[in-house]
Each structure stands twice: as structure tokens, then as C-alpha cells.
Design a protein around this ligand. Sequence first.
Ligand SMILES: Nc1ncnc2c1ncn2[C@@H]1O[C@H](COP(=O)(O)OP(=O)(O)O)[C@@H](O)[C@H]1O
Ligand SMILES: [Mg+2]
Length: 260
Amino acid sequence: MAPIVELRAVGKSYGNIHALRDVDLAVHAGRVSCVLGDNGAGKSTLIKIISGLHRHTTGELLVDGEPARFSTPRDALDRGIATVYQDLATVTLMPVWRNFFLGSELTRGRWPFQRLDIPRMRSVADAELRAMGIVLDDVDQPVGSLSGGQRQSVAIARAVHFGARVLILDEPTAALGVKQSGVVLRYVAAARERGLGVVFITHNPHHAYLVGDHFTVLRLGTVELSADRADVDLDHLTHQMAGGAELDELRHELTGDSAP
Ligand SMILES: Nc1ncnc2c1ncn2[C@@H]1O[C@H](COP(=O)(O)OP(=O)(O)O)[C@@H](O)[C@H]1O
Ligand SMILES: [Mg+2]
């Protein structure tokens, strides 16, 4: 089956800074593709290209096997590619159901007598959250009263409800503790079970390995490792993320020991 989204030898430069060079990535339905890398590795640049925020300068972007070119994030969204950013655009005083439908409110009646269909938005939001296994005390509670993990989860459920086929998550667990990260990782797995292709950006190999089907490690804009789960173990992934060969050299310099 063709990947939903594919990057082939994609490069991106900002002036004379090469943020990405020759990057390949495939996003398949029902699979979690993890993108790992240190600060400045090019992770955000990569997802900005897939989500229509930035244009790549070389290489190809394919959607459903056909070359695609996005001018705006709306174009990506129209193809079912939804992005959940780390700094979620949520209005903290708004009830959960209102936030769920923000910008796509349900109405009833005909123009000019349209009114918000509050009961339906409440019940749909409640049902969708439950379908993802997210149980809140009350969908009327303000978003600000949710934990960080719950907020990410609501954003994921929202993307699924509005028809996302690909879900891009930019470091969703970076600011969270262990328990809250677990909450988010469960919804990453739930999104995969619902058949979405997930791109999970993180610099935590442990989080990646809990849910990942494929791993791409970026370093200074190039692919350092691209491997299916069957071909890489957590130790190797952790070592790559920690700096790989560079770490070995540093160990040698500081301790006189050679690589283990
Ligand atoms: N808008 C921009 N203009 C110029 N350089 C940028 C811009 N965005 C990112 N870069 C550069 O591209 C490289 C990759 O950045 P980024 O994609 O944000 O990495 P990461 O998300 O992995 O930390 C960095 O060297 C960064 O300074
Ligand atoms: Mg980033």
C-alpha cells in the first residue's frame, strides 16, 4: 500500500542554512513513524513541510502516491494532514466542548436565524472523547482545568473527529512528567488503532520506542538512522540519540575508556 505521505530526498534551506538535506520519510496508515533528533536537527522544519507551513527547496512531497505542493496549512488539512503543536492554541477559560469545535462550530436553524447547536456539540465532543478512551468529569469544565496530557489528548481526539488521516505531533510529551506522558502515549496508540498514520516528534527514545513502528533519527538536517522496529532496539536508539560516535569520542577523551 502506498504511504499516505512520503518525502523523497527532501531538502530545505533558509538562505544559506541547510536545515534539511536528502531526507526520506514515509507515513503509513495505522503506523507510528517517530522522528528523533537533538535541538537544531531539523525536526520542526520537517513537520512544517508536511503540514504546509513551509515549502521544501529540493526533493519531492507525495500524498497518496501523487506529487503534492501545499501553499498553506489549509491545503494540508484538506488532504487530512492535521498537526498538533506543542503550545496548543487552546483558550483556557473555554469549556472543553467549545474548544473541541473551535472554528468549526455546529449550528442549527437557517440563516439569518442560525444559532450554535450547543447540546449537539456537547454530546458529540463527549462521545468522541469517550471513543478515544478519554473520560472527563464534565465536557463543560474549562480547558484550563485539564492536565497537560489531557489537553494534548483532547487535541488528538479533535483531529481524529475532523477527519485527519495523518496526525503530526510535535514533541507532545516534552513538557510532561512520566504519568502525563503515559496519557499522551496511550492516545498516540489509540490514533494508530483507528487507522491514522502518526508522525511522532520527540527527543525521548524511551517514549518513541513505546509506540513507534519506524524510527528516523535526524542529525544536523540529515538522516542518521532510518529503521523499522524489528531492526533496532532501544539501546541502539538511545545511543544514536545521545550522539552515537560523537559520544564514544567524548567518553574516550574524558575517561580514557574506549567504546563499551
Ligand atoms: N525560519 C528559519 N530561518 C532560518 N533558520 C531556521 C529557521 N527555522 C529553523 N532554522 C534553522 O534550521 C535548523 C533546524 O531547525 P529546526 O527544524 O527548528 O530543528 P529542531 O526542531 O530539530 O530543533 C536550525 O539550524 C535552525 O536554526
Ligand atoms: Mg523543534
